[in-house]
Design a protein. Structure first.
Lengths: 248, 415
């Protein structure tokens, strides 16, 4: 984690002047069909550098949908998501993919590592896709990230040779590969035991406190959420607590 | 771009490596298609070339005969606008080419090749109480070798042996067998006009074609003229061109200059040559069909891999890999399978061609021979082009579908 920012990569703490890293404005997401389903409605949220936000809510309340909208994995039906002040809903699919690659890091509940690749290869993947670093620099950074997460001896192992906690830490290392300003995590501890949950949470905490990255996690674990700096509660697709008053 | 291509290639290679059984089925499908295509093309073109070589070499390239394309106009037709002509009868004897040696000298002046005279006569050959009809061909041994392969087809003697005796004859070995004649025997040859010659058998000819060997006999031009009862008769001029393919043009010019019917080997075998074109079309259709079937295998495998890899595709896209890169991964998988299958197919095709070349064909009408095989880089290039294009198309369709997946749909489903 203490790996130096990648040369040529966007600095974690360098958003456009005064703009939040992510700002969601009046977001709604409706899935069309015979009976349209509203996943999110009227959501406003701002994510600044160094913020640690926990999104909570009952199952099916729309918290993951909100995270996917913030992470540009999904397009809002109405409203807008700004990344470093830049509106994203009218960007092409490839332009939004480029923003994901450069500015955002994702961690999912089921680690989602590529099963045939080693831990090291999985961490290298986003860097290779971005193609800004030389192979040796990429290799050094991947090793440094794994070491920072206590996985220096596991780089050559495939995901099926790692424990659940180790896999999730590899997933975090992969999410940090391109030195993103924001880390978005969907139930990152949902499948982990208590010990691994503590390890992963401590890592996320360090990212916020020591590296001034923004971390947004979706979690069912209210005790865990209470340890974040800010809680946002979603019920029936609406943010009912932690509403961003500052966002119009 | 090259870093991204390397990434796509390494993911593609990992995918195909990690699915050994599926990859093997795909590779073997393409290899079988390419291998059998190469073998079939080698066999088909080999047989075609062998056949054409036999056609071209067996006979002179151009035959100038004492005939005309259109019958000569009757004097009455030239004198009157309308004339009715009845009761015409054909001559019992062939007219022969007028001034044959002058024509031969003229042809030799501009044709790059050789020219030889020939006399054709029908006869009955009698020996030891047995009679056989025969086509007697009068040849000039010194020139004949330049226009046909006859000298190489002589057994128990040489073509020059025709000079050895006064009425020497070379019998087709089949004809000799039927008559029971051996070299040194004297046979009675009766021409169409009743002229009987007692001829000494000096050798046998063997072309390998049973119908020819059972009915042909050779003697000197002069002897054949006596047999036909026409001194100075030459009813065929044989021409062999250095450039085999120019025979049609040379024949046309000879006919224009002499007025005599000149038939090139292409014209004589026009029906066979057009049959070859149809055969080639069928061959390419069959080869194309084999490779098309193989490409279905590739399509099936890439489809299966993309289906199995739906979650990985979602991961890659959620990380920010562009659609084009995801598409490239699966297209490369198809190409890896196609290329590996093609290379294996080359080896298989070559081995099959070698094996087919060992197969011996026996026929009562021809000498025993091996299946003719023609090895050509074109066959390999053609099979590779079709196989790789088919693999590319077969991989592109599922790759396009995979690249257009929305990651959030899969991630929602997975979590």
């Amino acid at each position: 984690m203490s790996a130096a920012p990648a040369p040529g990569a966007t600095s974690a703490g360098a958003p456009l002047a005064g703009a939040p890293l992510i700002r969601a404005e009046n977001l709604s997401r409706v899935i069309s069909g015979e009976v349209p389903a509203t996943l999110i409605t009227g959501a406003n949220l701002s994510v600044d550098a160094g913020a640690f936000i926990a999104i909570t809510g009952p199952s099916g309340s729309g918290k993951s949908s909100l995270l996917y909208l913030l992470g540009l994995l999904d397009l809002p039906t109405t409203g807008e998501v700004y990344v470093e002040g830049r509106a994203t809903s009218r960007l092409s699919e490839d332009a939004r993919a480029a923003l994901r690659l450069e500015k955002l890091g994702f961690v999912f509940q089921f680690h989602f590592l590529l099963p045939e690749f080693t831990a090291l290869d999985n961490v290298l993947l986003p860097m290779r896709a971005r193609g800004r670093l030389k192979p040796q620099a990429m290799d050094e950074r991947a090793h440094a990230l794994l070491a920072a997460l206590g996985l220096e001896d596991h780089g050559r192992k495939r995901p099926d040779q790692l424990s659940g906690g180790q896999r999730q830490r590899v997933a975090i290392a992969r999410a940090l590969a391109n030195d993103p300003a924001v880390l978005l995590a969907d139930e990152p501890t949902g499948n982990l035991d208590t010990h691994s949950t503590e390890q992963v949470f401590a890592i996320l905490r360090r990212l916020v406190d020591e590296e001034r990255r923004a971390v947004v996690i979706v979690t069912h674990d209210l005790a865990l959420a209470a340890r974040a700096d800010r809680q946002v509660r979603v019920v029936d697709g609406r943010i009912v607590e932690g509403v961003d008053e500052g966002v119009p | 771009m090259s870093a991204r291509f390397n990434l796509a290639f390494s993911i593609a290679l990992t995918h195909v490596r990690s699915r050994v059984r599926q990859t093997l089925v795909g590779v073997l499908g393409v290899a079988t298609g390419v291998g059998f295509s190469v073998m079939m093309a080698a066999l088909m073109e080999g047989s075609q070339r062998d056949f054409i070589t036999q056609l071209v070499d067996a006979l002179p390239h151009i035959l100038v005969s004492d005939e005309h394309r259109a019958p000569s106009p009757q004097p009455a037709e030239e004198r009157y606008d309308a004339a009715v002509i009845q009761g015409l009868t054909t001559k019992a004897i062939r007219p022969g080419i007028k001034n044959p040696y002058a024509i031969m000298a003229a042809i030799s002046g501009w044709v790059d090749g050789a020219v030889a005279p020939s006399v054709q006569a029908k006869a009955v050959v009698r020996f030891a109480g047995r009679d056989r009809t025969a086509s007697v061909i009068g040849v000039d041994p010194k020139r004949e070798g330049q226009v046909s392969k006859l000298p190489t087809q002589i057994r128990h003697g040489t073509l020059e042996d025709l000079y050895r005796a006064s009425n020497a004859i070379i019998l087709g070995d089949g004809l000799a067998g039927k008559l029971g004649a051996r070299t040194g025997n004297v046979v009675a040859v009766t021409g169409g006009t009743g002229q009987v010659l007692l001829c000494t058998v000096v050798a046998f000819s063997h072309t390998g074609v049973a119908s020819a060997d059972d009915s042909q006999a050779y003697m000197l031009v002069k002897t054949a003229q006596i047999l036909a009862g026409q001194t100075g008769l030459v009813n065929e001029i044989r021409v062999k061109a250095q450039d085999v393919m120019s025979a049609r043009e040379i024949a046309a010019r000879i006919e224009a200059e002499t007025g005599y019917k000149s038939v090139s080997w292409q014209e004589a075998h026009e029906d066979l040559l057009s049959a070859f074109e149809i055969r080639n079309l069928i061959m390419y259709m069959v080869v194309g069909a084999i490779l098309l079937v193989a490409s279905f295998g590739t399509y099936n495998i890439i489809s299966t891999i993309t289906h199995e890899k739906t979650r990985d595709i979602a991961i890659l896209k959620s990380l920010g890999l562009p659609e084009a890169l995801v598409r490239t991964i699966f297209v490369l998988e198809g190409l890896v399978i196609g290329l590996t299958g093609t290379l294996l197919g080359f080896a298989l095709g070559y081995t099959l061609s070698l094996a087919m070349g060992q197969v011996e064909i026996k026929s009562p009408f021809m000498d025993a021979t091996h299946l003719p095989i023609f090895y050509s880089p074109t066959h390999y290039a053609l099979a590779a082009a079709v196989a790789l294009t088919a693999s590319l198309v077969a991989a592109y369709l599922p790759a396009r579908k995979a690249a257009s997946l929305q990651p959030v749909d899969i991630i929602r489903g997975a979590s």
